[in-house]
Design a protein around this ligand. Structure first.
Ligand SMILES: Cc1cc2nc3c(=O)[nH]c(=O)nc-3n(C[C@H](O)[C@H](O)[C@H](O)COP(=O)(O)O)c2cc1C
Ligand SMILES: C=C(O[C@@H]1CC(C(=O)O)=C[C@@H](OP(=O)(O)O)[C@H]1O)C(=O)O
Length: 388
């Protein structure tokens, strides 16, 4: 299975294609739209989200709500395009008015300067339109399709916010997906400990007032994943490596950890390895899960735990120093309308890319041209693991 996205932030639409989904997979479009709405939400977002009302259209690969096994094609309209139709016209030549509105003061921390240098763009809009995290809306739509596939194989997963700026949002980290869903539904920060919400709202408000931005840490948990997905055989078959690449592929991510991650490096072996146990009913298991569900690049049957560190948003309303591309004068960086923090939507994006990687490894591992056959194969495999 693989996927591709296309589309600019203020272009007409986002487009996505997923190839390699089994035929016979029931897709609930409402669930995709719910995930898209969740990605638009969260405290700390900028005004763009008041304009957009993300809804997916499925324009290929689906008939009567059931996949055909052909490529699934999805689109999401950019409502804001209506205000940018001249500047973002795909066909007509650039107008004189547009030339005056070129972006020429690159923002530190965004793709502007290096993207301009590499592709030799003189209008940095040609870079920022695609480097914008607007594209993550499509990854969430694709992720929701993959999550539905996983759910139909009894695998659950959820992403939530663990830390915002310097505030740690919970001391306990449960692995029960239903429990996490229940807790994060109680606030607009996707945090477990609702009592912290007002402190965090204040932190975001103060940061916004100061023209500054915040990052944070996201945690994703996947439960009931069978052991043995991925392989130790070669470096590029390790599933933890693929997850790390997918997570780092999300805009603004600066770190990925599996399980205890960097903390494992400072602890003793006895505090990090997860002792093995067995019982008749459940088969093989572990007494703890410091390794986040991975050994040898393979799932080991424990919940998968992935953490992602997101840097603060690069566009600062109190802009940092930059240099004008045309005049070479030192000037303040360009300010595009921006989020103060996007840690909440990013938690849904990270959940989505983890779902995509899990769906990929499953459809690549098992015979997956038909969903009920895949379900049968997966059930047989789970039974075999139990009896090992
Ligand atoms: C959901 C989400 C929303 C974002 N919103 C903004 C934003 O409003 N302004 C901004 O400058 N960067 C925003 N970013 C971050 C930039 O897209 C990102 O920093 C930029 O593409 C450069 O890539 P890099 O940080 O991965 O190096 C957002 C990221 C995500 C995941
Ligand atoms: C459009 C989205 O996020 C955008 C991501 C983004 C960036 O630089 O990454 C910059 C902002 O773009 P704009 O200037 O158009 O408001 C965000 O709003 C979205 O998440 O749907």
């Amino acid at each position: 299975m693989y996927f591709l996205t296309a589309g600019e932030s203020h272009g007409p639409q986002l487009t996505g294609i997923i190839e390699g989904l089994p035929a016979g997979l029931e897709i609930n479009v409402e669930l995709i739209n719910q995930a898209l709405a969740a990605r638009q939400g969260g405290y700390g977002r900028g005004n763009r989200q008041r304009i957009e009302h993300d809804q997916v259209q499925i324009v290929g690969g689906l008939r009567h709500g059931i996949t055909l096994g052909s490529p699934l094609a999805l689109t999401i309209q950019n409502r804001d395009h209506a205000h940018w139709s001249k500047i973002m016209d795909p066909i007509s030549p650039e107008t004189a008015e547009n030339t005056l509105r070129r972006v020429d003061r690159p923002r530190p921390g965004h793709a502007d300067l290096v993207g301009g240098m590499k592709y030799r763009h003189r209008d940095l809009r040609n870079v920022l339109e695609r480097s914008s995290a607007r594209e993550t809306a499509m990854r969430v739509a694709i992720g929701s399709v993959c999550k539905q596939l996983l759910n139909q194989l009894d695998i659950g997963l959820i992403g939530y916010v663990q830390q915002i700026g310097k505030i740690t949002c919970s001391k306990d980290f449960p692995t029960n997906v239903a429990l996490i869903e229940e807790k994060i539904a109680q606030n607009d920060l996707r945090i477990l400990d609702n009592q912290q919400a007002s402190d965090i709202h204040k932190l975001i408000d103060d940061t916004k007032r100061a023209g500054n931005t915040l990052g944070g840490i996201i945690r994703v948990v996947a439960e009931n994943v069978p052991a043995g997905l991925g392989s130790y055989i070669s470096w590029d078959t390790k599933l933890d490596a693929k997850l790390a690449a997918a997570v780092m592929g999300v805009n603004a991510m600066k770190g990925v950890a599996i399980g205890d991650g960097f903390t494992a490096a400072t602890n003793l072996g006895s505090e990090v390895m997860d002792p093995i146990t067995w019982n008749e009913k459940d088969g093989w298991s572990r007494l703890s899960n410091h390794l986040g569900g991975f050994e040898g690049g393979m799932t080991n049957g424990m919940p998968i735990i992935v953490q992602a560190a997101m840097k603060p948003i690069p566009t600062l309303y109190k802009a940092l120093q930059s240099v004008n591309l045309k005049t070479r004068e030192i000037q303040k960086a360009n300010v595009e309308r921006s989020d103060t923090t996007a840690i909440v939507p990013a938690s849904i994006v990270i959940e989505s890319v983890v779902a995509i990687e899990l769906a990929k490894v499953i459809t690549d591992t098992f015979e997956s041209s038909n969903m009920s056959r895949l379900q049968r194969e997966m059930a047989d495999y789970r039974q075999e693991l139990k009896e090992y």
